[in-house]
Design a protein. Structure first.
Length: 188
């Protein structure tokens, strides 16, 4: 993504052609972020447009010493979090954390993970409950600490940690289901 300072300054001046050019150049990057946080292509496009509008209206606040890609990513993640908060249902899907037990299948899962591609992992993350997927993406993929996630989502740090643990456990089960048929075929 090549965004020149002149394109940014033209967008600040509300040059429609420059804004369209900015949209074309940032679309795939911003869409990849939106898809990671939503389960629906249409919803991702809707949020992308909301986020892009925020980018355009806040370009005056952009500081050139910060990489532009980093800045627009932050704006888009914040937009996704805002949208999540609007749709958030309070405590409907809260479950209690179960005890974590080691099993022999963990080594099978670990060896299978190396055979799973990014699209399969993205698909599995998409099957997680929305709150757990949100925390998983923020923590594992975007690298936010639990304290910041808790502030962004309006939850406690403990709840953030719970959602991360829940996401990991659910992903482990989904991966095991992918691995076990392969293991049975391999041993047959």
């Amino acid at each position: 993504m090549d965004i020149q300072p002149t394109l940014i300054s033209d967008c600040i001046k509300r040059d429609r052609k420059a804004e369209y050019e900015m949209y074309k150049r940032t679309y795939s990057y911003l869409m990849s972020i939106c898809i990671r946080y939503t389960r629906d292509q249409d919803k991702a496009k809707e949020i992308l447009n909301v986020g892009f509008l925020k980018i355009l209206t806040n370009l005056e606040k952009y500081k050139p010493e910060i990489p532009f890609k980093t800045w627009i990513r932050r704006v888009m993640v914040n937009t996704l979090i805002d949208e999540y908060r609007k749709e958030k249902k309070h405590t409907e899907n809260i479950q209690y954390v179960e005890e974590y037990y080691e099993t022999d299948s963990y080594s099978d899962v670990n060896s299978a993970v190396s055979k799973i591609n990014a699209d399969q992992i993205h698909e599995l993350i998409g099957k997680l409950p929305p709150a757990s997927a949100q925390v998983f993406n923020l923590y594992v993929i975007d690298g936010y600490p639990h304290k910041e996630i808790a502030e962004m989502l309006g939850i406690s740090e403990g709840t953030s940690k719970w959602h991360l643990n829940s996401a990991r456990e659910k992903l482990k089960v989904m991966i095991e289901k992918m691995v076990l048929p392969a293991k049975i075929k391999h041993h047959a």
